[in-house]
Design a protein around this ligand. Structure first.
Ligand SMILES: NC(=O)C1=CN([C@@H]2O[C@H](COP(=O)(O)OP(=O)(O)OC[C@H]3O[C@@H](n4cnc5c(N)ncnc54)[C@H](OP(=O)(O)O)[C@@H]3O)[C@@H](O)[C@H]2O)C=CC1
Ligand SMILES: O=C(O)C(=O)[C@@H](O)[C@H](O)C(=O)CO
Length: 277
Protein backbone atom coordinates (compact mmCIF):
# COMPACT_ATOMS: atom_id res chain seq x y z
CA UNK A 1 0.00 0.00 0.00
CA UNK A 2 1.31 3.47 -0.90
CA UNK A 3 1.46 6.06 1.85
CA UNK A 4 0.36 9.33 0.26
CA UNK A 5 1.92 12.43 1.90
CA UNK A 6 -0.25 15.28 3.10
CA UNK A 7 -0.12 19.08 3.25
CA UNK A 8 -1.92 21.46 5.60
CA UNK A 9 -4.75 23.58 4.18
CA UNK A 10 -5.32 27.24 5.11
CA UNK A 11 -7.94 26.13 7.67
CA UNK A 12 -5.38 23.95 9.48
CA UNK A 13 -6.69 20.59 8.26
CA UNK A 14 -4.65 17.93 6.46
CA UNK A 15 -5.04 17.18 2.77
CA UNK A 16 -3.42 14.47 0.60
CA UNK A 17 -0.98 15.34 -2.15
CA UNK A 18 -2.91 12.94 -4.42
CA UNK A 19 -6.53 11.76 -4.34
CA UNK A 20 -9.00 9.53 -6.17
CA UNK A 21 -11.47 10.75 -8.83
CA UNK A 22 -14.78 8.91 -9.02
CA UNK A 23 -16.61 10.34 -12.04
CA UNK A 24 -18.35 7.42 -13.83
CA UNK A 25 -17.78 4.97 -10.96
CA UNK A 26 -21.28 3.74 -10.18
CA UNK A 27 -23.13 0.70 -8.89
CA UNK A 28 -21.48 -2.32 -7.29
CA UNK A 29 -18.48 -1.97 -9.56
CA UNK A 30 -18.06 1.59 -8.33
CA UNK A 31 -18.16 0.46 -4.70
CA UNK A 32 -15.58 -2.25 -5.44
CA UNK A 33 -13.33 0.16 -7.34
CA UNK A 34 -13.49 2.82 -4.62
CA UNK A 35 -13.00 0.32 -1.80
CA UNK A 36 -10.01 -1.00 -3.75
CA UNK A 37 -8.60 2.52 -4.05
CA UNK A 38 -8.88 3.00 -0.28
CA UNK A 39 -7.11 -0.33 0.24
CA UNK A 40 -4.38 0.86 -2.16
CA UNK A 41 -3.74 3.90 0.02
CA UNK A 42 -5.98 6.69 -1.36
CA UNK A 43 -7.44 8.83 1.42
CA UNK A 44 -9.16 11.62 -0.56
CA UNK A 45 -12.27 10.54 -2.50
CA UNK A 46 -13.74 13.07 -4.94
CA UNK A 47 -17.44 12.77 -5.69
CA UNK A 48 -20.25 15.22 -6.61
CA UNK A 49 -24.03 15.34 -6.58
CA UNK A 50 -23.87 15.36 -10.36
CA UNK A 51 -21.86 12.11 -10.51
CA UNK A 52 -24.89 10.37 -8.99
CA UNK A 53 -22.56 8.15 -6.97
CA UNK A 54 -22.47 9.69 -3.49
CA UNK A 55 -24.17 6.56 -2.08
CA UNK A 56 -21.55 4.41 -3.79
CA UNK A 57 -18.70 6.37 -2.22
CA UNK A 58 -20.32 6.29 1.22
CA UNK A 59 -20.73 2.53 0.94
CA UNK A 60 -17.06 2.11 0.01
CA UNK A 61 -16.06 4.21 3.05
CA UNK A 62 -18.15 2.04 5.35
CA UNK A 63 -16.82 -1.13 3.78
CA UNK A 64 -13.18 -0.14 4.21
CA UNK A 65 -11.10 -0.99 7.25
CA UNK A 66 -9.76 2.55 7.39
CA UNK A 67 -10.81 4.81 10.24
CA UNK A 68 -13.37 7.40 9.12
CA UNK A 69 -11.16 10.22 10.42
CA UNK A 70 -8.34 9.05 8.17
CA UNK A 71 -10.49 9.48 5.03
CA UNK A 72 -11.56 12.69 3.30
CA UNK A 73 -14.79 12.63 1.33
CA UNK A 74 -15.20 15.60 -0.98
CA UNK A 75 -18.50 16.36 -2.69
CA UNK A 76 -19.77 19.28 -4.75
CA UNK A 77 -22.76 21.59 -4.82
CA UNK A 78 -24.51 21.45 -8.23
CA UNK A 79 -25.52 24.60 -10.11
CA UNK A 80 -29.23 23.97 -9.65
CA UNK A 81 -28.80 24.27 -5.87
CA UNK A 82 -27.04 27.65 -5.80
CA UNK A 83 -28.49 30.08 -3.22
CA UNK A 84 -28.31 30.22 0.60
CA UNK A 85 -31.23 27.97 1.63
CA UNK A 86 -30.77 25.75 -1.39
CA UNK A 87 -27.16 25.10 -0.43
CA UNK A 88 -28.04 24.12 3.14
CA UNK A 89 -30.69 21.71 1.80
CA UNK A 90 -28.32 20.35 -0.86
CA UNK A 91 -25.60 19.60 1.72
CA UNK A 92 -28.14 17.75 3.86
CA UNK A 93 -29.14 15.71 0.80
CA UNK A 94 -25.49 14.85 0.11
CA UNK A 95 -24.96 13.77 3.72
CA UNK A 96 -28.00 11.54 3.50
CA UNK A 97 -26.91 9.91 0.26
CA UNK A 98 -23.36 9.48 1.52
CA UNK A 99 -24.70 8.03 4.77
CA UNK A 100 -22.05 10.02 6.64
CA UNK A 101 -22.33 12.64 9.37
CA UNK A 102 -19.72 14.95 7.85
CA UNK A 103 -18.56 16.13 4.42
CA UNK A 104 -14.80 16.63 4.67
CA UNK A 105 -14.47 19.00 1.73
CA UNK A 106 -17.45 20.76 0.21
CA UNK A 107 -16.92 22.51 -3.12
CA UNK A 108 -19.05 24.77 -5.31
CA UNK A 109 -18.87 22.64 -8.47
CA UNK A 110 -19.13 25.42 -11.08
CA UNK A 111 -19.53 29.18 -10.45
CA UNK A 112 -22.32 29.64 -13.03
CA UNK A 113 -21.79 33.43 -13.19
CA UNK A 114 -24.96 34.18 -15.16
CA UNK A 115 -27.01 33.00 -12.17
CA UNK A 116 -24.77 34.98 -9.82
CA UNK A 117 -25.63 33.14 -6.61
CA UNK A 118 -22.28 31.66 -5.66
CA UNK A 119 -21.76 34.29 -2.94
CA UNK A 120 -25.02 33.21 -1.26
CA UNK A 121 -23.91 29.59 -1.51
CA UNK A 122 -20.52 30.45 -0.05
CA UNK A 123 -22.15 32.16 2.96
CA UNK A 124 -24.22 29.03 3.53
CA UNK A 125 -21.09 26.87 3.30
CA UNK A 126 -19.40 29.03 5.93
CA UNK A 127 -22.37 28.29 8.19
CA UNK A 128 -22.23 24.55 7.41
CA UNK A 129 -18.55 24.58 8.34
CA UNK A 130 -19.19 26.52 11.55
CA UNK A 131 -21.89 24.00 12.49
CA UNK A 132 -19.51 21.06 11.86
CA UNK A 133 -21.47 19.39 9.05
CA UNK A 134 -18.62 20.26 6.72
CA UNK A 135 -14.94 20.26 7.64
CA UNK A 136 -13.34 22.33 4.86
CA UNK A 137 -14.94 24.52 2.23
CA UNK A 138 -13.66 25.31 -1.21
CA UNK A 139 -14.60 25.92 -4.81
CA UNK A 140 -14.10 24.38 -8.22
CA UNK A 141 -13.63 26.03 -11.59
CA UNK A 142 -13.26 29.52 -10.09
CA UNK A 143 -11.24 32.20 -11.88
CA UNK A 144 -8.97 34.72 -10.18
CA UNK A 145 -11.66 37.41 -10.50
CA UNK A 146 -14.29 35.17 -8.92
CA UNK A 147 -11.97 34.23 -6.06
CA UNK A 148 -11.10 37.88 -5.44
CA UNK A 149 -14.78 38.74 -5.28
CA UNK A 150 -15.62 35.80 -3.00
CA UNK A 151 -12.82 36.63 -0.57
CA UNK A 152 -13.52 40.38 -0.70
CA UNK A 153 -17.26 40.00 -0.02
CA UNK A 154 -17.09 37.34 2.70
CA UNK A 155 -13.59 37.53 4.21
CA UNK A 156 -13.29 33.74 3.94
CA UNK A 157 -10.69 32.29 1.58
CA UNK A 158 -11.49 28.90 0.02
CA UNK A 159 -9.22 26.10 1.21
CA UNK A 160 -9.12 24.54 -2.27
CA UNK A 161 -9.86 25.43 -5.89
CA UNK A 162 -10.31 22.29 -8.01
CA UNK A 163 -9.67 23.15 -11.66
CA UNK A 164 -8.82 21.56 -14.98
CA UNK A 165 -5.07 21.01 -14.95
CA UNK A 166 -2.69 18.73 -16.88
CA UNK A 167 0.44 19.38 -18.97
CA UNK A 168 -1.74 20.65 -21.84
CA UNK A 169 -3.23 23.23 -19.44
CA UNK A 170 -0.78 23.93 -16.60
CA UNK A 171 -2.66 26.87 -15.03
CA UNK A 172 0.53 28.82 -14.16
CA UNK A 173 -1.18 32.18 -13.50
CA UNK A 174 -3.99 30.72 -11.38
CA UNK A 175 -1.52 28.61 -9.37
CA UNK A 176 0.54 31.71 -8.62
CA UNK A 177 -2.60 33.49 -7.42
CA UNK A 178 -3.50 30.49 -5.23
CA UNK A 179 0.00 30.39 -3.75
CA UNK A 180 -0.21 34.06 -2.72
CA UNK A 181 -3.47 33.43 -0.87
CA UNK A 182 -2.82 29.98 0.56
CA UNK A 183 -5.41 28.23 -1.64
CA UNK A 184 -4.56 24.62 -2.46
CA UNK A 185 -4.80 23.79 -6.16
CA UNK A 186 -6.46 20.48 -7.00
CA UNK A 187 -6.17 19.12 -10.57
CA UNK A 188 -9.19 17.58 -12.26
CA UNK A 189 -8.64 15.35 -15.30
CA UNK A 190 -4.95 15.27 -14.30
CA UNK A 191 -4.21 12.70 -17.02
CA UNK A 192 -6.17 14.72 -19.57
CA UNK A 193 -8.52 11.72 -19.50
CA UNK A 194 -5.64 9.74 -20.95
CA UNK A 195 -6.08 11.32 -24.44
CA UNK A 196 -2.90 11.53 -26.44
CA UNK A 197 -1.01 13.02 -23.50
CA UNK A 198 0.38 9.72 -22.30
CA UNK A 199 1.76 9.01 -25.78
CA UNK A 200 3.66 12.32 -26.04
CA UNK A 201 7.34 11.64 -26.72
CA UNK A 202 8.53 13.97 -23.94
CA UNK A 203 6.31 12.18 -21.43
CA UNK A 204 7.72 8.81 -22.54
CA UNK A 205 11.32 10.02 -22.41
CA UNK A 206 10.92 11.36 -18.87
CA UNK A 207 9.21 8.14 -17.77
CA UNK A 208 12.06 6.03 -19.17
CA UNK A 209 14.65 8.25 -17.47
CA UNK A 210 13.07 7.51 -14.10
CA UNK A 211 12.01 3.91 -14.71
CA UNK A 212 8.33 4.83 -14.24
CA UNK A 213 5.25 4.84 -16.48
CA UNK A 214 4.09 7.87 -18.50
CA UNK A 215 1.11 8.20 -16.14
CA UNK A 216 3.40 8.31 -13.13
CA UNK A 217 5.59 10.97 -14.77
CA UNK A 218 2.52 13.16 -15.36
CA UNK A 219 1.14 12.69 -11.85
CA UNK A 220 4.55 13.51 -10.37
CA UNK A 221 4.52 16.75 -12.38
CA UNK A 222 1.30 17.77 -10.59
CA UNK A 223 2.75 16.92 -7.20
CA UNK A 224 5.90 18.95 -7.82
CA UNK A 225 3.85 21.94 -8.97
CA UNK A 226 2.02 21.84 -5.64
CA UNK A 227 -1.33 20.64 -6.97
CA UNK A 228 -3.24 17.60 -5.74
CA UNK A 229 -4.18 15.42 -8.76
CA UNK A 230 -7.25 13.19 -8.46
CA UNK A 231 -6.79 10.52 -11.16
CA UNK A 232 -9.72 8.19 -11.73
CA UNK A 233 -9.24 4.54 -12.54
CA UNK A 234 -11.64 1.64 -12.26
CA UNK A 235 -8.74 -0.83 -12.24
CA UNK A 236 -6.80 -1.93 -9.18
CA UNK A 237 -3.44 -2.16 -10.97
CA UNK A 238 -3.76 1.34 -12.42
CA UNK A 239 -4.94 2.71 -9.08
CA UNK A 240 -1.76 1.39 -7.46
CA UNK A 241 0.37 2.69 -10.31
CA UNK A 242 -1.19 6.16 -10.06
CA UNK A 243 -0.66 6.42 -6.30
CA UNK A 244 2.96 5.29 -6.50
CA UNK A 245 4.58 8.62 -7.42
CA UNK A 246 6.38 9.54 -4.21
CA UNK A 247 9.59 7.56 -4.71
CA UNK A 248 11.18 9.65 -7.49
CA UNK A 249 11.66 13.31 -8.35
CA UNK A 250 11.58 15.09 -11.72
CA UNK A 251 14.28 17.65 -12.44
CA UNK A 252 13.24 21.28 -12.86
CA UNK A 253 14.00 20.92 -16.58
CA UNK A 254 11.66 17.92 -16.82
CA UNK A 255 8.88 19.80 -15.05
CA UNK A 256 9.34 22.66 -17.50
CA UNK A 257 9.43 20.30 -20.49
CA UNK A 258 6.04 18.88 -19.46
CA UNK A 259 4.59 22.35 -18.87
CA UNK A 260 5.79 23.31 -22.36
CA UNK A 261 3.14 20.94 -23.76
CA UNK A 262 0.65 23.73 -22.97
CA UNK A 263 -2.07 24.23 -25.55
CA UNK A 264 -5.11 25.25 -23.48
CA UNK A 265 -8.30 23.78 -22.08
CA UNK A 266 -9.36 20.48 -23.64
CA UNK A 267 -13.12 20.59 -23.16
CA UNK A 268 -14.23 24.20 -23.51
CA UNK A 269 -14.78 24.46 -19.76
CA UNK A 270 -14.12 28.20 -19.43
CA UNK A 271 -15.83 29.08 -16.11
CA UNK A 272 -16.77 32.53 -17.43
CA UNK A 273 -19.03 30.92 -20.02
CA UNK A 274 -19.40 27.19 -19.32
CA UNK A 275 -22.16 26.52 -16.78
CA UNK A 276 -23.40 23.24 -15.33
CA UNK A 277 -26.61 22.71 -13.41
N1 LIG B 1 -14.61 19.76 -10.73
C1 LIG B 1 -14.85 19.43 -11.98
O1 LIG B 1 -15.47 20.18 -12.72
C2 LIG B 1 -14.34 18.15 -12.51
C3 LIG B 1 -13.88 17.19 -11.64
N2 LIG B 1 -13.40 15.99 -12.10
C4 LIG B 1 -12.86 15.03 -11.10
O2 LIG B 1 -11.55 14.69 -11.50
C5 LIG B 1 -11.44 13.26 -11.58
C6 LIG B 1 -10.39 12.83 -12.58
O3 LIG B 1 -10.69 13.32 -13.86
P1 LIG B 1 -11.22 12.40 -15.06
O4 LIG B 1 -12.01 13.27 -15.96
O5 LIG B 1 -11.85 11.19 -14.51
O6 LIG B 1 -9.90 12.07 -15.88
P2 LIG B 1 -8.43 11.48 -15.57
O7 LIG B 1 -7.47 12.45 -16.13
O8 LIG B 1 -8.31 11.04 -14.16
O9 LIG B 1 -8.40 10.22 -16.54
C7 LIG B 1 -9.22 9.09 -16.33
C8 LIG B 1 -9.03 8.15 -17.54
O10 LIG B 1 -7.68 7.71 -17.58
C9 LIG B 1 -7.66 6.28 -17.51
N3 LIG B 1 -6.52 5.91 -16.66
C10 LIG B 1 -6.37 6.13 -15.33
N4 LIG B 1 -5.19 5.66 -14.89
C11 LIG B 1 -4.57 5.13 -15.96
C12 LIG B 1 -3.32 4.48 -16.14
N5 LIG B 1 -2.48 4.31 -15.12
N6 LIG B 1 -3.00 4.06 -17.40
C13 LIG B 1 -3.83 4.23 -18.43
N7 LIG B 1 -5.04 4.84 -18.32
C14 LIG B 1 -5.40 5.28 -17.10
C15 LIG B 1 -8.99 5.87 -16.91
O11 LIG B 1 -9.38 4.61 -17.37
P3 LIG B 1 -9.69 3.35 -16.42
O12 LIG B 1 -10.73 3.78 -15.39
O13 LIG B 1 -10.22 2.34 -17.36
O14 LIG B 1 -8.39 2.97 -15.78
C16 LIG B 1 -9.91 6.95 -17.46
O15 LIG B 1 -10.30 6.63 -18.78
C17 LIG B 1 -12.87 12.84 -11.92
O16 LIG B 1 -13.06 11.45 -11.76
C18 LIG B 1 -13.65 13.73 -11.01
O17 LIG B 1 -13.61 13.20 -9.69
C19 LIG B 1 -13.36 15.72 -13.44
C20 LIG B 1 -13.84 16.64 -14.35
C21 LIG B 1 -14.37 17.92 -13.95
O1 LIG C 1 -16.82 15.73 -13.99
C1 LIG C 1 -17.14 16.84 -13.55
O2 LIG C 1 -17.00 17.21 -12.37
C2 LIG C 1 -17.72 17.81 -14.47
O3 LIG C 1 -18.00 18.92 -14.12
C3 LIG C 1 -17.91 17.31 -15.86
O4 LIG C 1 -19.19 17.58 -16.27
C4 LIG C 1 -16.93 17.94 -16.76
O5 LIG C 1 -17.12 19.29 -16.76
C5 LIG C 1 -17.06 17.40 -18.10
O6 LIG C 1 -17.21 16.22 -18.27
C6 LIG C 1 -16.93 18.33 -19.23
O7 LIG C 1 -17.00 17.62 -20.42
Amino acid sequence: MTSIPTVTLNDGTWFPELGFGTYNLTGDEGVDATAGAIAAGYRLLDTAVNYENEAVIGEAVRRSNVDRDDLLVATKLPGRDHGYDETIASARGSLERLGLDRIDLYLIHWPNPSIDKYLDSWRAMIRLRDEGLVRSIGVSNFTEAMLTRLIGETGVTPAVNQVEMHPYFPQAALRAYHAERGIRTESWSPLARRSELLAERVVGDIAVAHGVTPTQAVLRWHVQLGSTPIPKSAHAGRQRENADVFGFRLTDAEVTALSDLERGRLWDGDPDTHEEM
